[in-house]
Ligand binder design. Structure first.
Ligand SMILES: *[C@@H]1O[C@H](CO)[C@@H](O)[C@H](O)[C@H]1NC(C)=O
Ligand SMILES: *[C@@H]1O[C@H](CO)[C@@H](O)[C@H](O)[C@H]1NC(C)=O
Ligand SMILES: *[C@@H]1O[C@H](CO)[C@@H](O)[C@H](O)[C@H]1NC(C)=O
Ligand SMILES: *[C@@H]1O[C@H](CO)[C@@H](O)[C@H](O)[C@H]1NC(C)=O
Ligand SMILES: *[C@@H]1O[C@H](CO)[C@@H](O)[C@H](O)[C@H]1NC(C)=O
Ligand SMILES: CC(=O)N[C@H]1CO[C@H](CO)[C@@H](O)[C@@H]1O
Ligand SMILES: CC(=O)N[C@H]1CO[C@H](CO)[C@@H](O)[C@@H]1O
Length: 523
């Protein structure tokens, strides 16, 4: 039934001089062989560089803006796979991985997705065009990712062709719950619907009924605004203003928009509570300017930035007022911490991200931990060519640990666990040492049914493929001169209410609610 064979083009990544484009393997970020291979898609770089000269060539370009937080998510995936390999869960079946960097671009992610679809064990990467893929065995059995909902939507559509499960650890757009459009998509985080509902609950409960909203103008921001608007209306919370910041425009335009948003905040003196659905990059811009203008408010943070250590370290951040936010639930990170401490023992040959991190560390060797993020994200893969061969001997694991966003580490590890438990079910009655033992669509059936325990809690995907674990409510507190992110409550999705570990936390929660003060009741 094979009609056409597509040859997968070769992509250039000239990060290292010894690493010129020979074949599509140069495009792989990190890999390890196994009987069952899991793909990974992560935006390890924040952007792809676009060449200025014309004509444009169809070549995947270098990327820039190394994101430590996302790099840590790839390590969490590797760590979880290694733990499973080293356990008895799969009785000798070895999990492998093949992780690609999307550079936050749909097009680049599609390149990786095409490769995932290619036929298993073929001498060349070829995707067979078929009308029935029931017996077709691709390179990988499931994919974890991606970070951005926009990318997950595109990739999920192409993986649907073979019903390859895409298990996302971060894509929270509501639309991805639609199983008619996204039948092979699952996620280990709740849909944004629950987050906006939780925020409205918090606002309503605190008696703050007059609020402002700021969002990034992209799929994520717009969908969050819409969802928030509907729930706010139902709870008689009034929205005094909505400001959107452009996602992709030049710095000049963004700065003008940020100023415009701040004007609004200053003018609307009755509004004390601002809900912020922004990308981290925008939050940083907004807060730096807000501090300059002595703005003091209650800021409600979305999962996007509520746990961003980078933002807590903006100078004078404490003058901004109170920050309270929602983050994906997380538990004990101690095994991941141990893993990071032994990172220097990990081989770098099969992990380009680790190699790049090492080169970046040596390039930024003179920089203190608190400025390291800025230095690291300042380099592009292009600049680094000249640094090839240098390797850092110091891995700065304290810096890595400070940059962990626990919710995303947890959700990434959960995605690996869900797949591993489904593989175990799948392999009860067949020899999975043989990679052709089953096709991805069969694993998808198991994944939808699988129940497993995570930190003594039973978890399973709901009918929409979502894993509704709830949120942690975080409060930013100043402790001995530093802004520290603390957990004060849990938001329970089923009960639509807040749960406290102890009375002290509950008191703290009530206190901060009262500090909202200045409530204006509007009929
Ligand atoms: C694998 O498991 C053994 C025994 O539980 C443990 O001693 C060892 O440190 C583990 N290795 C890794 C890489 O996790
Ligand atoms: C993969 O291909 C090689 C040679 O092309 C063959 O020897 C091997 O048995 C194949 N592996 C599987 C699992 O089919
Ligand atoms: C697709 O292929 C499988 C296995 O070869 C076969 O059992 C099934 O009937 C086919 N489905 C259709 C709709 O042709
Ligand atoms: C986390 O788990 C480790 C063992 O896995 C345990 O030693 C440690 O006490 C736990 N920490 C917390 C805060 O529960
Ligand atoms: C970023 O790079 C530019 C030139 O490449 C340099 O002038 C600047 O100082 C760097 N900024 C930081 C924060 O390292
Ligand atoms: C069976 C097997 O290969 N297990 C490996 C899985 O990963 C761990 C951690 O890297 C190795 O120690 C095991 O040998
Ligand atoms: C880490 C994180 O939450 N990223 C989200 C931030 O916002 C963008 C769009 O604004 C989302 O697509 C990301 O998933």
């Amino acid at each position: 039934m094979a009609l056409v064979a597509l040859l997968i083009p070769c992509f250039v990544i000239s990060f290292d001089v010894t690493h010129s484009c020979q074949n599509a393997d140069n495009f792989v970020g990190a890999s390890s062989p196994g009987d069952i291979v899991i793909g990974g898609l992560f935006a390890v770089h924040g952007k792809m560089l676009h060449p200025e000269e014309h004509p444009m060539r169809p070549v995947i370009q270098n990327c820039a803006g190394f994101e430590i937080q996302v790099f840590l998510q790839t390590l969490a995936m590797i760590h979880a796979i290694e733990m499973i390999n080293n356990s008895t869960l799969l009785s000798g079946i070895i999990l492998g991985y093949e992780i690609y960097d999307t550079c936050a671009e749909v097009t680049k992610a599609m390149g990786a997705a095409l490769r995932f679809l290619a036929k298993f064990n073929a001498s060349k990467d070829t995707v067979e065009y078929k009308c029935n893929y029931s017996d077709y065995i691709p390179r990988i059995k499931a994919v974890i990712g991606s970070s951005y909902s926009e990318i997950a939507m595109a990739v999920s559509r192409i993986l649907n062709l073979q019903l390859i499960p895409l298990v996302s650890h971060a894509s929270s757009a509501e639309i991805l719950s639609d199983k008619i459009r996204f039948p092979s998509f699952l996620r280990t985080v709740p849909s944004d619907f629950y987050q906006t509902r939780g925020m409205v609950r918090l606002i309503h409960r605190s008696g703050w009924n007059w609020i402002g909203l700021i969002a990034t103008d992209d799929d994520y921001g717009r969908s969050a605004l819409e969802s928030f608007g509907i729930q706010a209306m139902a709870n008689k919370v009034c929205i005094a203003f909505k400001e959107m910041l452009p996602a992709y425009l030049s710095d000049g335009t963004i700065n003008a928009k940020v100023n415009q948003a701040l004007e609004k905040i200053v003018k609307e003196t009755r509004v004390n509570v601002i809900v912020v659905f922004l990308r981290q990059f925008h939050v940083t811009k907004l807060f730096k300017k807000a501090i300059e203008r002595n703005i003091h408010k209650i800021w409600i943070a979305s999962d996007n930035w509520s746990a961003a250590v980078k933002i807590t370290s903006i100078p004078n951040i404490k003058h901004l007022g109170t920050v309270v936010g929602f983050a994906y639930k997380s538990e004990n990170m101690s095994t991941f911490h141990d893993f990071l401490k032994t990172l220097h023992l990990q081989p770098t040959e099969n992990n380009m991200f680790l190699k790049e991190y090492s080169v970046l560390l040596s390039t930024c060797a003179h920089v203190e931990d608190q400025d390291l993020n800025k230095c690291i994200s300042n380099y592009s893969q292009e600049n680094l060519i000249y640094q090839a061969g240098i390797r850092s001997q110091i891995w700065r694991d304290d810096f890595l640990m400070d940059n962990i966003e626990p919710g995303f580490i947890q959700s990434t590890m959960l995605a690996v666990h869900a797949i591993a438990y489904a593989v175990r079910e799948q392999c009860k009655d067949r020899d999975c040492k043989n990679p052709v033992a089953f096709a991805p669509w069969e694993l998808l059936e198991e994944l939808k049914k699988v129940t497993f325990t995570d930190n003594e809690k039973e978890v399973h995907f709901d009918a929409k493929g979502d894993l509704n674990m709830g949120y942690d409510v975080l409060l930013w507190k100043e402790i001995s001169g530093h802004m520290v992110i603390t957990e004060i409550a849990e938001y329970d999705l089923q009960k639509d209410d807040f749960i406290f570990k102890d009375e002290e936390k509950e008191m703290e929660f009530l206190n901060f609610q009262v500090s909202g003060g200045h409530t204006v009741f509007v009929l």
